[in-house]
Design a binder for this molecule. Structure first.
Ligand SMILES: [Zn+2]
Ligand SMILES: [Zn+2]
Length: 400
């Protein structure tokens, strides 16, 4: 990429810093849950109108899909930001604390939106140097794993079909000014289970006349741990978490029903395919042992997120160009998940981490009620998105 383009991306993103802070704070104080991002979408559309960019709102409910058309035909590169917040009550003394009770941007999606808007503004000004198309998606409902799927179902990846796609995510463990990158498997798959155990209720003093659903469900919780320790290759990590266990009404009544829900993560799509049968088998055998009825509801929610090698290399080179040497850190794969994985199943691309940490305060973990970012990350995120898009267009063009 020409040095002239790199330096104008760097300079324009810098100029936008205060504007991006204002936008991020507006979004931060008005967080909205998945598929309810109406005010967020309105704010985004207002900005896109100012920039004179073509877009469609109301995609998959609250999503926005648009394009920046370059001066000449060529490939299409996509950029995505998720918009939704979490059901958490924010604890903060900052002036931009959430005004919506019980809802908070604790995963930094407010920053993702600001970064993408910044990137769009920078790219609009570079239109004369763009040969091809930049597609952008403001995606709803990432936290509930449904937004990316809904955007794809609504045709968000068609007309034009992107040849590459990028997205960033805040990472408070990475100092601001740095970008975390990894090629290959980056994030885990997410599957959910709901298990209903039905026994025979009765008097707490006469267990011989009952089938105790709590005892059967307790055994099931323990047996499920053998998925990771006994049934799967130990070199292939799996997390099996039972998150809820509901049963019983009184101390002297044997509960007829117990319900468990859980989340299962892994870093290998072949392992993900094996899991439903293994878990069904454990449910069946446990049911037999206790004479209870066990119903398993197994849901594949999100696939493993895999970054393309060539696109990761593009983000690496564009980051080094706009931020300078040593600004890329290698990151480990995580058992967390992101539904950007659905987009990466359709289009090669890269999901990278944007450093947002600087002091103890901004190092609060994602999804914590005190989570915050070092806002100087915003122009950096915008610059890395814009330069990665430009470099990808250039390289795809050369490949023909
Ligand atoms: Zn999150
Ligand atoms: Zn997130």
């Amino acid at each position: 990429m020409r040095e002239e383009i790199t330096s104008s991306i760097r300079a324009r993103a810098q100029d936008l810093q205060q504007e991006l802070v204002n936008m991020r704070r507006k979004l931060h104080s008005h967080p909205e849950l998945g598929f309810e991002e109406t005010q967020t979408a309105k704010l985004i559309c207002k900005k896109l109108d100012q920039l004179g960019v073509k877009y469609q709102s109301g995609v998959a409910g609250t999503g926005i899909v648009g394009v920046i058309e370059g001066c000449d035909s060529g490939p299409t590169v996509g950029l995505r930001a998720d918009m939704d917040a979490l059901p958490i009550s924010e604890e903060s003394r900052k002036p931009y604390i959430s005004k919506i009770s019980g809802v908070m941007h604790a995963c930094g999606h407010d920053a993702h939106v600001a970064c993408l808007l910044g990137a769009i503004e920078v790219l609009v000004e570079l239109r004369k140097s763009i040969r091809g198309c930049i597609k952008f998606i403001f995606q709803p409902a990432e936290e509930i794993d449904l937004g990316a799927k809904a955007i794809i179902a609504a045709g968000g990846l068609k007309y034009p079909k992107p040849d590459a796609f990028f997205a960033l995510h805040c990472n408070p463990d990475i100092p601001v000014g740095y970008v975390g990158l990894r090629s290959g498997i980056v994030m885990a798959s997410i599957d959910n289970i709901r298990i209903e155990v039905t026994g025979l209720g009765g008097h707490g003093a006469m267990p011989q006349k009952c089938v105790d659903s709590i005892v059967a469900a307790s055994a099931l919780v323990m047996n499920l741990q053998t998925v990771t320790s006994r049934a799967i290759d130990p070199l292939k990590p799996v997390v099996m978490t039972v998150g809820t266990f509901r049963a019983g009404t009184a101390s002297n009544i044997i509960a007829e029903k117990a319900e468990l829900t859980g989340s299962i993560r892994c870093l290998d799509s072949e392992v993900q395919q094996l899991l439903p049968n293994i878990i069904q088998n454990i449910c069946d055998k446990t049911a037999l042992t206790f004479g209870a009825d066990v119903e398993l509801d197994y849901e594949n929610r999100v696939p493993v997120l895999v970054n393309s090698k060539s696109m990761t290399d593009i983000v690496r080179r564009s980051t080094l160009a706009v931020l300078g040497e040593d600004k890329v850190l290698d990151i480990a794969a995580s058992m967390g998940g992101d539904d950007f994985a659905f987009i990466l199943k359709e289009v090669p691309g890269t999901y990278f981490h944007l450093g947002v940490g600087s002091s103890e305060k901004t190092r609060m973990a994602l999804h914590n009620s005190q989570f915050d970012i070092d806002e100087s990350c915003l122009s950096i995120g915008a610059a890395v998105l814009a330069s990665s898009a430009m470099l990808a267009l250039e390289e795809l063009q050369q490949q023909g």
